[in-house]
Design a protein around this ligand. Structure first.
Ligand SMILES: [Zn+2]
Length: 473
């Protein structure tokens, strides 16, 4: 096998790759298929052409790069520290540990997360980012994404205008980082009012107006946990107890978090609602009427004991839905095959019906569904002439695929593939992962830096971690 990274970098004219399977997602798959691209855009997708000009990848599948619509790559350094805890103490401990990270710590942590995405065949992420470091990580890794700057503000002060000013300054800083690194076409910005239990109504309203005026997408964690439900439906539970301790005013709402978001002006076509685990039929109507899209994170929701989103009902209402791995603190690893399986198994278990989500539909959620949820389906999410050459190559010659790789590629990809089967990930036709190598990132150095940060977090966060450990049974 020639050095693909160099070959792609120095290509003078179209690059042609062929493989046993090509899955465009937007149309029927091709056995013995070929994709070609030039200048970062796809120029051919179809049956392999008979001449010898294409590089043969053998028993593998070429498919669009995965679109991970909900992640927090900045938290990679915290993986494995907060385990087996209920949602409320988990998010409180996470908030505490975050305070020990410096700007450089955030960047190395986010960059290691970006490397893991690339190795898993993910080419685009929708990242909710607290420190702005995701922008640097995407710029240097070569990955594509929409970076949603998080906003918090449940307490009556500071005033909304002040929070908005800070947000605007942060976005301007992120924009200049992107322009400096030439990544402004590849990485878009958005905003993330964090959740209805961390953002008060008047701030939601102002952020919704700001998103409208500026054309930003917004992503909001909604209807995730039973603790959040308890706060809104009955005005009780651990969030209410914390508000009482901190003197934060809270009136009983008697409505669902999604209805509350709607009331606060936070539901719009620009809204990517994350989780929606506890969405009722009425909530789903609100989401559908607003034209909002949904990030489905079944592994994170299961691990945090949050519940299982009503995927079939969301799908039936025509909402754009993508899959998200969430942060490494709740999802722990980036493996889109596992995420697809969790979506399929969860939907089928919930509905007691094997048709609740098929393999083909899971592949759609992981690619074109995600592109739609991030409003980037015109350029991403499927292999079609004119779209960006963002793709991944998945080996189907492992023993765990035999013999499905030979004749049942969709079954192999959804039911037996693993992230380690990904051998090549391209963004704009350039390698971001190539047979265990990371052409854009020094992963050995990143691992070392993240290891040092980890020691610091363990030391400075000893008290928080000690309390967290006590919550484990
Ligand atoms: Zn999240």
């Amino acid at each position: 096998m020639p050095d693909l990274t160099d070959l792609l970098r120095n290509a003078d004219g179209p690059v042609r790759l062929k493989a046993r399977w090509v899955l465009p997602i937007s149309g029927p798959l091709f056995e013995d298929g070929e994709v070609a691209f030039e200048g970062g855009k796809l120029t051919y997708v179809g049956k392999a052409r008979p001449d010898a000009g294409a590089l043969d990848l053998g028993l593998a599948a070429i498919l669009p790069g995965f679109i991970n619509v909900h992640a927090h790559i900045e938290y990679t350094v915290l993986r494995g520290l907060l385990e087996d805890m209920p949602f409320f103490p988990w998010i409180r401990a996470l908030t505490g540990l975050k305070t020990f990270l410096s700007a450089d710590d955030w960047i190395t942590s986010a960059s290691l997360g970006a490397a893991e995405m690339a190795a898993a065949g993910v080419t685009t992420i929708g990242d909710a980012c607290d420190a702005g470091a995701t922008v640097s990580a995407l710029a240097s890794s070569g990955l594509r994404g929409t970076v949603f700057r998080e906003v918090f503000g449940i307490e009556p002060s500071p005033p909304v205008a002040q929070t908005l000013d800070i947000l605007k300054r942060q976005l301007a800083q992120m924009t200049s980082t992107l322009v400096r690194s030439g990544a402004e076409g590849r990485v878009h910005l958005g905003i993330s009012p964090h959740a209805p239990y961390t953002v008060r109504a008047e701030l939601f309203e102002a952020l919704g107006d700001f998103a409208d005026q500026s054309g930003y997408l917004q992503t909001i964690h909604l209807a995730e946990s039973p603790a959040e439900e308890a706060l809104f439906q009955i005005g009780g539970g651990p969030f209410k107890e914390m508000f009482d301790r901190r003197g934060i005013p809270w009136e009983i709402k008697n409505i669902s978090p999604i209805a509350y978001a709607k009331q606060s002006g936070a539901l719009a076509a620009s809204t990517l609602a994350v989780h929606c685990v506890h969405a009722t039929d009425d909530d789903i109507t609100l989401l559908a009427n607003a034209g909002a899209s949904v990030a489905h994170c079944p592994r994170s929701n299961g691990k945090l004991g949050a519940g299982l989103a009503p995927l079939r009902a969301l799908k039936a209402r025509g909402l754009d839905i993508g899959l998200g791995t969430d942060s490494m603190v709740s999802g722990n690893s980036v493996d889109f095959f596992e995420e697809m399986r969790a979506a399929v198994y969860g939907a089928r278990a919930r509905e007691q019906d094997t048709q609740a989500l098929t393999a083909k539909e899971a592949l759609f959620l992981a690619t074109l569904g995600g592109a739609r949820a991030l409003h980037r389906e015109r350029e991403l999410g499927s292999l079609e002439r004119g779209k960006q050459a963002d793709l991944c190559v998945v080996r189907l010659d492992g023993i765990h695929h035999a013999p499905a790789g030979d004749d049942s590629p969709e079954a192999a990809l959804v039911y037996s593939a693993r992230a380690s089967d990904v051998c090549l990930t391209l963004v704009d036709g350039q390698a971001v992962y190539d047979h265990s190598r990371f052409p854009t990132l020094d992963v050995a150095r990143l691992r070392q830096s993240v290891g040092t940060t980890r020691k610091k977090v363990r030391m400075e966060g000893e008290k928080i971690l000690g309390e967290a450990n006590q919550r484990r049974k």
